[in-house]
Design a protein around this ligand. Sequence first.
Ligand SMILES: [Zn+2]
Length: 279
Amino acid sequence: MDELILIDTHCHLDLEAFDADRSAALDRARSTGVRAFVVIGFAPERWRTALALAESTPDVFATVGLHPTEAARYDEALERALTGAASHTRVRAIGEIGLDYYWDAAPRPLQREVFLRQIRLAKALDLPFVVHQRDAAEDVLAVLSDAGPPHQGVMHCFTGDIDYARACLELGMYLGVGGIITYPRANALREALRWAPVDRLVLETDSPYLAPVPYRGKRNEPAYLLAIAAKLAEIRGVPIREIARITTENAVRLFGLSPDRLGAGNVEARVRSHELRGP
Ligand SMILES: [Zn+2]
C-alpha cells in the first residue's frame, strides 16, 4: 500500500507551548505521516532551542533568522552570529525574515534593510529563506524585487489572492499553505491556491498558532497537517495522496532534505479517519 508522507515546513516545536508533551506531539504527527519537521528559529534565543531540537531528533531540521519584530537587534555582531548558526549542518534555511507592519515593533525602513540583508546572506550561503509578511504585502514584493530574483524561498503562511500569488511565483517563491485555508472567510486565498501551480506549494502548520478547522482555537500541532493537506486536496479536486506526494517533493527540493531519510510506516487507517472527519 502506498504510504502518505508529509513534511511540516514551518513549526515552532521549540516553544514553551510544547514543553509538556513535545515528544508525544512529534509521535502523533509521525503516526499521521509527517516525516520531517522544519523548526523556525526566529531570534538568537530560538536559534539555540531550534538547533538543540534538531540535533537530538533525526527528523527535525532548523532555520535561523531574525524576525521583523526583532529587527532593531540587527547589527554586525548579530549578523556574524547568524552566519555562524547558519553553518550548522541541521540548518536548512534562513528565516523567518520579512516585514511586519501590523505590530510595527521596529521602524519600517529598518525592517526593510534587515530583511534585505538577510536575503543577501541566504544567497551568499546558498540557503533558501522563509518570509513572514503581515500588512506589508507590497513592500515585501519591493524588497524581493530589489534582492535579485529569482529566489529560493517560501512565502510562509501565504494569505494573498491570485494577483499576489502570481507576483510571488514570478519572483521564484513557493507558497506556504497553512490552516487559514480551512477558515470560512478565506475564499480569495482558496481561489489562489486552486489556481497556483501545485509544484510551488508546500504545507505548514505554524504550530502552535493557526490551528486548522476542526481544531481551530486549540493549540496547533504538526499532527494537524493532515487536515490542511485534506483541505488543499478538496480545493484542487485531487486525491490527498497526490497533494501529499507533490508537496513533499517540493519541500524536499526547496529545503534540500534527503528523500531517502523520509521512511514511513503504514498510515492508511489514520488517513481514512482524517478524511472522513476533515473540514
Ligand atoms: Zn512562524
